[in-house]
Design a protein around this ligand. Structure first.
Ligand SMILES: [Zn+2]
Length: 167
């Protein structure tokens, strides 16, 4: 990082402070002595979302969370679990390339909702994937199809296994 005062390329670090996602450094220019700060953040490479009509827009985690909350409305799903599911979707989407279709994001969300709540999963499947015929919807629900309900939720927290009466 060049000195913002004289553009000298070298500086020494006076102080380093790290938080969860940022490392801040107080620096001093080796040439003119000017002091300045730099911040280092983990680079998140989120793709552009390609909508049905072909328009592109930046990936928006807030929209993702809102969509999942709507699907989970009046269902016994804690907000914290929706947030963690959104984290996982964001992580998966960031691995899909520079551009990703809304339908691909929808499939990631479906995978998460499947483990959260069956009603939320069906709501989201019917709206987000734009299922327009009963046959298509029935195929979606059939076990064994890629979109079908999983026999067991994967990656669930231990609480599911510690219900009263469980061995
Ligand atoms: Zn300088």
């Amino acid at each position: 990082m060049r000195c913002p005062h004289c553009l000298h390329p070298d500086s020494r670090v006076l102080e380093t402070r790290a938080t969860d996602d940022t490392t801040k450094r107080r620096r001093q220019c080796l040439a003119c002595g000017f002091r300045f700060s730099t911040a280092e953040r983990l680079e998140r490479r989120l793709p552009l979302v390609v909508k049905r009509g072909g328009a592109r827009e930046p990936f928006d985690r807030d929209k993702l969370v809102v969509g999942m909350r709507v699907a989970c409305r009046r269902r016994p799903v804690p907000a914290e679990r929706i947030e963690r599911a959104a984290d996982r979707v964001e992580q998966r989407v960031s691995g899909l390339g520079a551009e990703v279709a809304t339908a691909d994001i929808g499939r990631c969300v479906l995978d998460e909702l499947r483990g959260l709540d069956p009603v939320a999963w069906v709501r989201f499947a019917s709206v987000y994937l734009n299922v327009d015929s009963l046959d298509a919807f029935a195929a979606l629900l059939a076990p064994g199809t890629p979109e079908g309900p999983a026999p067991e939720p994967v990656g669930e927290p231990a609480e599911a296994a510690t219900e009263p009466g469980a061995p």
